[in-house]
Design a protein around this ligand. Structure first.
Ligand code: SAM
Length: 341
C-alpha cells in the first residue's frame, strides 16, 4: 500500500465523470456562465477503467462516481459494470443530486453499483428554487424512492447547511431520512472553488448544529467510527436511536485521516480538494504510457503528498471565498463541480 508523507494511505478515489450539472446550487455553481472542459479531453469509459485499475493496484479499495452530475453522463451503468468487475474494489458508490435517478436506479444496481448518496438540501420545493434554481424537487424525491426500491440501502442523504437558507430544517431532514430508512449527513458550507459567495457568517458549525439538535431531542452521543477511521462524517445518535452524520470540513477538518483523491473528467488527478493544481494523467494515458509507468507517476505523487488543504484554510485570517470568479474561469479544474466534491 502506498502512503504519503503523513502516512496516509491511497485508499479512496472519487471519479468525476462530467463537469456538467443540471442544478445551479448557490454554494457550488452560482454563476450564470461557466467554462467547460473541452469535449475531446473527457476520458472515455475505457480510459477511466484503466486508470481505476492502476489506482486499485496501488491500494485503492473505494471508488465513488461523482461530477458535475454523474447521471448526465450517457450510459453510466456501463461504466459502473466495468468498475465493479475490477478485482480489489470493495466499495463502488455514487453521489448524485437525484434528478435523473428514478430512471436509472435499477440499471445501476444491476451493474454493480453498491451505494448511493443523494444530495438533498431542503424538503421545501420553493427553497430548492432559491438554492439550486430548479423546480424539480419532486424528481429528487422520486429518485430517492427509486433508489430504495432498487435495493440501495442504507441510502445516504447529503445536506449542505447554510445559515439563513436551510439551517431551520435539520430536524425535518433527520425525520425525513428516518422515514426513508436512510441517514442524513449535514455538511458544513465549505469555501471551495465554486463557492464564490462563501462567507464565514453563513457557516453553521458542527457545534452549533449539535447544540440546536440537543435542545430539540435531548442528549446526543457520538457513534464510534473505529470501523472506518477515514470516513469524513462523524456520526451521532439521538436518544431514540436515530443516527445522523456531520461533515465538519470547515470548522474541524480531518486532513490527518484523509485517504481521498480525485480524478476530474479530463483525467487530472487532485491530491486534495483544495489543491491548486493536479497531475495530468490523461497526457500520460494518451501518449502511450504503460500501466507500470502510470503506477509510477501515481506512486511518486502520492508518496510526496503533504497536503492539508482544509486545515491550512483554518489559519487564514479574514477568510473569504477561496477563488474569485476570474481565477475559476482561468482554470475550470479549480471548480468544485469539476473536482467532484
Ligand atoms: N451533482 C452531485 C451532487 O449534487 O451530489 C455530485 C457532485 S457535488 C459537487 C458533490 C457534493 O459536494 C454534494 O453533496 C454537494 O452538496 C457538495 N458541495 C458542493 N459545494 C459545496 C460547498 N461549497 N460546501 C460543502 N459541500 C459542497
Amino acid at each position: 500500500m502506498v502512503r504519503d508523507t503523513l502516512s496516509r494511505p491511497l485508499g479512496s478515489l472519487r471519479i468525476s465523470v462530467t463537469d456538467r450539472c443540471n442544478l445551479r446550487c448557490r454554494y457550488c455553481m452560482p454563476e450564470q456562465e461557466y467554462v467547460w472542459l473541452p469535449k475531446q479531453s473527457i476520458l472515455t469509459f475505457e480510459e477511466i477503467a484503466r486508470l481505476a485499475r492502476v489506482f486499485v493496484a496501488l491500494g485503492v479499495t473505494k471508488l465513488r462516481l461523482t461530477g458535475g452530475e454523474p447521471l448526465l453522463r450517457h450510459d453510466l451503468p456501463a461504466l459502473s459494470a466495468m468498475l465493479a468487475q475490477i478485482p480489489g474494489v470493495q466499495d463502488l458508490a455514487m453521489t448524485t443530486n437525484g434528478l435523473l435517478l428514478a430512471k436509472q436506479a435499477d440499471a445501476l444496481r444491476r451493474a454493480g453499483l453498491r451505494r448511493v448518496t443523494v444530495s438533498l438540501d431542503t424538503l421545501r420545493p420553493e427553497r430548492m428554487r432559491e438554492l439550486a434554481r430548479s423546480d424539480r424537487h419532486a424528481d429528487v424525491l422520486a429518485g430517492i424512492a427509486a433508489a430504495r426500491a432498487a435495493g440501495f440501502a442504507p441510502l445516504k442523504l447529503n445536506t449542505v447547511v447554510i445559515r439563513g437558507a436551510n439551517d431551520d430544517e435539520l430536524a425535518d431532514l433527520i425525520e425525513f431520512a428516518r422515514g426513508q430508512g436512510s441517514e442524513v449527513r449535514f455538511i458544513e458550507y465549505m469555501d471551495v472553488g465554486g463557492a464564490t459567495g462563501w462567507s464565514a457568517e453563513q457557516v453553521v458549525s458542527q457545534r452549533e448544529m449539535l447544540d440546536g439538535l440537543s435542545r430539540r431531542y435531548g442528549p446526543i452521543v457520538p457513534v464510534s467510527s473505529a470501523d472506518d477511521p477515514a470516513a469524513p462524517a462523524e456520526r451521532f445518535r439521538l436518544p431514540d436511536g436515530t443516527t445522523f452524520g456531520i461533515i465538519a470540513s470547515t470548522t474541524a477538518p480531518f486532513c490527518r485521516s484523509c485517504d481521498r483523491s480525485r480524478l476530474t473528467a479530463d483525467g487530472t488527478w487532485l491530491l486534495c480538494l483544495y489543491a491548486e493544481r493536479g497531475v495530468d494523467l490523461r497526457e500520460s494515458l494518451r501518449s502511450g504510457a504503460s500501466d507500470e509507468e502510470l503506477r509510477e507517476v501515481v506512486t511518486q505523487a502520492w508518496t510526496a503528498r503533504a497536503d492539508r488543504g482544509a486545515e491550512e484554510r483554518l489559519s487564514v485570517a479574514q477568510r473569504g471565498a477561496l477563488y474569485k470568479i476570474d481565477a475559476l474561469r482561468a482554470d475550470p479544474r479549480r471548480e468544485m463541480h469539476t473536482r467532484g466534491g
